[in-house]
Write a protein that binds this ligand. Structure first.
Ligand code: SAM
Length: 267
């Protein structure tokens, strides 16, 4: 059936239309991150203002809260539960493995696995034992080739790119590619796009905070280098999608958080 032939009832069509418009508006706002601050729209400034108002709430959350982490995975990786139904999933650098456990407990899939340098043996007990493994992804990732539909990396690959270990990062990505099915995808969150007003000379303003921003900028540049190398070698294709703006302080520093989707080119 062609797209034009899908007939929605008027109410459904109206809701779908509204959701599409909100989504389009968000995407347009995200594009303004690249503009000089004086060229940004009133709407963008209002959007940021609302984020600042909510900032204290956001920064006070308990990072380890299980529900928060599970919701974060769905939002950040842009998944609905049905997207993961019966898929083979690897959560690389899974932390305590909450997302893996959720996928198993909710019968989303029986093939969810977590891998982390620091795995608490008590967490990886019982029915989770074979699903949560301890190890170092810069050394060996002990899964069979072409196993996974999705490999997810939530804030776990950053170190390689912040520390500019590009060769090592490329090797890790190559070994992850071999674990993906031909039509599989790797999803990485976040890449961070820094607004143009954050220039190195700004570091004098607030050294610690600026350090974070500049590190994120450097990491994104390194990601681009490694990704472009792999693309030139005809091993991958990739796209980067804006997900949300993250406000860092009451001084109105922010960055755009992005989702990186890498697909494998099979030969
Ligand atoms: C910031 S935490 C993120 C945890 C979880 N993915 C989340 O988003 O809540 C990064 C995780 O990556 C893991 N990690 C970092 N380097 C790793 C490596 N070389 N091999 C395996 N895990 C690693 C850390 O142990 C840590 O649990």
């Amino acid at each position: 059936m062609s797209f034009e032939n899908i007939v929605l009832n008027p109410e459904e069509a109206e809701i779908t239309d509204k959701i599409d418009k909100i989504e389009e508006k968000r995407l347009n706002l995200f594009q303004e991150v690249d503009l000089p601050s004086e060229k940004r729209s009133g709407e963008f400034k209002q959007f940021l203002e609302e984020k600042y108002v909510n900032l204290s709430g956001e920064e006070n959350f308990d990072e380890l809260e299980e529900d928060f982490i599970i919701r974060k995975y769905f939002d950040h990786f842009n998944f609905k539960e049905e997207d993961l139904k019966n898929k083979d999933i690897l959560d690389l650098g899974c932390g305590p493995g909450y997302f893996v456990k959720y996928c198993l407990d909710e019968n989303i899939t029986s093939e969810a696995y977590g891998f982390d340098l620091e795995m608490d043996s008590e967490l990886a007990e019982g029915k989770y034992r074979d699903h949560l493994q301890k190890g170092d992804f810069t050394k060996k990732i002990p899964f069979q080739d072409k196993k996974f539909d999705y490999i997810l990396a939530s804030a776990s690959l950053e170190d390689l790119f912040v520390k500019e270990k590009n060769e090592e990062a490329k090797e890790v990505l190559e070994s992850l590619l071999s674990l993906l099915k031909d039509e599989g995808e790797m999803r990485v969150y976040p890449l961070r796009k820094i607004p143009p007003e954050i220039a190195p000379e700004e570091t004098k303003r607030d050294k610690e905070k600026m350090e974070r921003l500049l590190q994120a900028k450097k990491a994104r540049e390194n990601w681009k280098k490694v990704l472009n190398d792999l693309k030139e070698e005809n091993l991958i294709d990739f796209k980067i999608q804006p997900i949300d703006i993250r406000v860092l302080s009451y001084k109105k520093d922010f960055w755009l958080e992005e989702l990186l989707i890498i697909s494998k080119i099979s030969h």
